[in-house]
Design a protein around this ligand. Structure first.
Ligand SMILES: [Fe+2]
Length: 382
């Protein structure tokens, strides 16, 4: 696959930009979140994550190393609602780009890519694989700081939105690289506040961030107001809990606000993709459930990951049992207890603030050092 660096930018979402988007499956708009809106967004996010760390009673340093995704920010109001309501900003770019008279938010989030231990890549994927709805949509990807190539910028396979959708792939498994030879990978370094409008069928990824900045990006996920809910295809997605409709019906609910005209739309003749396939072992679809079961069994206690692992004594017991089973060495004790503390931070952040480690790094670390061995034993964790 050939790789090029993008040099096409549009000041705003005009006819030329829309034509470019339709042909390529992505377009960069300079007027995304600009001026005061940008400063406000960055400040509000900083304040929000500092507040979250405080509520969890952990140091901001530890929090920053572990937590990389904050969901449903628009529900906090203020600037995060303002940028969606604005007729110039991210929501307007999505709506005009898709040529829709109305639009529905599936959800929003900020993803940071902090330099350091939890700094992983996001493998090649199409967003539609992970959305429990029956039609494609788009996302707006707007970094709040400049993102260079070294900063883990977005990379796309040009015009790949024209090829349909594959089944959900697991971010914790091997990455796909088998694109047709004549495919073109475009790297998209962008300035702070530029918006990349991305079709939900466009294959994309990002590399690790090797700069010293945290690289936060605001991401809005957008669908047509009439899309239907298909929880059967993406049964693990947390947004399934918020839908106020029956499977197959128009996706509605308080957590899915709309702008403009709300319309009904015909169901497609064919499913958008073949649904989630599980291959056993740990996956991004089930990691927290599997690990919750393991920790409950090891401790022979009820509770969830965060209530059980908040207790330092419990973390020591899990480490001791893992070592006495021969799954890890005595010299691994500190690593084990550190991972268990990070598991607590991950789970508690989700329960309290719908924030998490989007790269699943801590789940993968536990799995590698101990979880995999525990999973091969009979359910006898004494
Ligand atoms: Fe994505």
């Amino acid at each position: 696959m050939k790789t090029i660096i993008n040099d096409t930018y549009f000041e705003k979402i005009n006819r030329d930009a829309i034509d470019f988007y339709n042909a390529h499956g992505w377009v960069v708009i300079e007027n995304g979140i600009q001026g005061d809106l940008l400063d406000d967004s960055l400040e509000s996010w900083e304040r929000h994550r500092q507040q979250c760390a405080k509520e969890m009673e952990i140091s901001f340093e530890k929090y920053k190393q572990e937590i990389s995704q904050w969901r449903d920010l628009w529900t906090l109001g203020g600037i995060f609602r303002e940028i969606l309501d604005s007729s110039e900003s991210v929501r307007a770019i999505a709506q005009k780009g898709m040529d829709w008279s109305g639009i529905r938010l599936l959800h929003d989030h900020i993803i940071a890519k902090p330099a350091g231990s939890s700094n992983k890549k996001i493998p090649w994927h199409q967003d539609s694989m992970f959305w429990p709805v029956d039609l494609p949509g788009c996302s707006t990807w707007t970094p709040l700081e400049d993102v260079s190539i070294e900063g883990g910028c977005l990379e796309v396979v040009d015009s790949s939105h024209l090829e349909g959708c594959e089944k959900p792939i697991d971010f914790m498994a091997e990455e796909r690289w088998d694109f047709p030879e004549d495919s073109v990978r475009v790297k998209l370094p962008v300035k702070a506040g530029y918006t990349i409008l991305l079709h939900s069928l466009t294959w994309h990824r990002s590399s690790p961030n090797s700069t010293s900045s945290d690289r936060p990006a605001h991401i809005g996920l957008w669908v047509h107001t009439g899309v239907h809910w298909r929880p059967d295809m993406v049964d693990w997605h947390p947004l399934n809990d918020n839908v106020e409709a029956s499977p197959g019906e128009q996706l509605i609910g308080e957590m899915f606000p709309t702008w403009g005209v709300v319309e009904e739309i015909e169901k497609p003749d064919q499913d958008i993709h073949g649904g989630t396939t599980r291959t056993g072992g740990i996956s991004m679809f089930d990691a927290s459930t599997i690990l919750g079961n393991q920790i409950r069994h090891i401790l022979n206690s009820e509770g969830n990951l965060s209530t059980l692992l908040n207790d330092e004594e419990n973390r020591n017991i899990v480490a001791s049992k893992t070592i006495s089973k021969g799954f890890a060495q005595e010299s691994d004790r500190k690593t084990l207890t550190d991972i268990l503390e990070r598991l607590y931070i991950c789970h508690a952040a989700y329960v309290l603030h719908r924030a998490r480690n989007v790269f699943n790094a801590t789940y993968a670390d536990w799995w590698e050092i101990a979880g995999q061995s525990w999973s091969k034993t009979e359910i006898n964790y004494d």
